[in-house]
Design a protein around this ligand. Structure first.
Ligand code: SAM
Length: 244
């Protein structure tokens, strides 16, 4: 079957990486393993030895082929839309690059998420683990921090895949660490804060009256000339409380 670009089909050919990914999942009793984008099944064949698996594949041809081998654990659906498991799950996948970030965001915000082991573009992995003032630090870093801890398990060169992608890849392990202030309103605040990266925070938070923002910054002990990229998640939490 010819790999389809529109679904980000770069199949993993590095056996050492497959083992490392599978070993990092560590499923616990009662948890289900949710595989996203099983492709040709290189991870699936190891995952079924670890525990109960559900695998979501968008490509009907690949899904049909996988079903012949693995049966009805294969679901032909879009991982951005299919309901996530209603009981504790560990997600794993060599994520399609075009939808890797929204899939990750959906998974880590889910109350049943217990771990995720995701292959992503290295540039996205760097954003996930960045620190304030790093070039890669931004909305995605803070969104991740709101729900999970993250560490990079390994980096891979394009030659580990067929066909070789243009970019480098990295595997990230995410564990639940949901903050009590995680909410849509908080996500809206960090999203607005990074709208124009080089602008001062006060000029990005235009959905609030300017006076309110200035007062809240003062109350939160944050200089009014600060840019979003200088603030930690705790700083944003203080600002969020002061704004309300
Ligand atoms: N896991 C396989 C591997 O490591 O070789 C395939 C990885 S390939 C990078 C991404 C896979 O995700 C492809 O099989 C593709 O068809 C599938 N895919 C793409 N978009 C998807 C979506 N929205 N929902 C579910 N699967 C998707």
């Amino acid at each position: 079957m010819i790999p389809k670009k529109k679904w980000g089909q770069n199949f993993l050919r590095n056996r050492g990486a497959v083992d490392k990914i599978v070993n990092a999942i560590e499923p616990q009793p009662g948890e289900v393993i949710l595989e996203i984008g099983p492709g040709e099944g290189v991870l699936t064949e190891k995952l079924v030895e670890l525990g109960e698996v559900t695998a979501i594949e968008i490509d009907p041809h690949l899904a049909a082929r996988l079903r012949q081998k693995f049966g009805d654990i294969i679901v032909n659906a879009d991982a951005l839309e299919v309901p996530l498991p209603s009981r504790p799950f560990r997600a794993v996948g060599n994520l399609p690059y075009n939808v890797g970030t929204p899939i990750l965001r959906r998974v880590i915000a889910d109350p049943n998420f217990r771990r995720a082991v995701f292959m992503l573009q290295k540039e996205v992995a760097d954003r996930l683990v960045a620190k304030p003032r790093d070039e890669q630090y931004g909305f995605l870093t803070l969104y991740r921090e709101l729900f999970a801890s993250a560490r990079i398990l390994m980096k891979l060169d394009p030659g580990s895949f067929h066909p070789a992608p243009k970019v480098r890849s990295a595997v990230v392990v995410l564990d639940p660490d949901r903050k009590p202030f995680a909410s849509d309103a908080f996500i809206d605040l960090i999203s607005a804060a990074f709208r124009m990266r080089r602008k001062k925070l006060v000029n990005n938070l235009t959905t609030y009256p300017r006076e309110d923002v200035l007062t809240a910054l003062e109350r939160a002990n944050i200089d009014e000339g600060t840019r979003a990229e200088e603030l930690s998640l705790d700083d944003f939490a203080r600002l969020f409380n002061s704004l309300r």
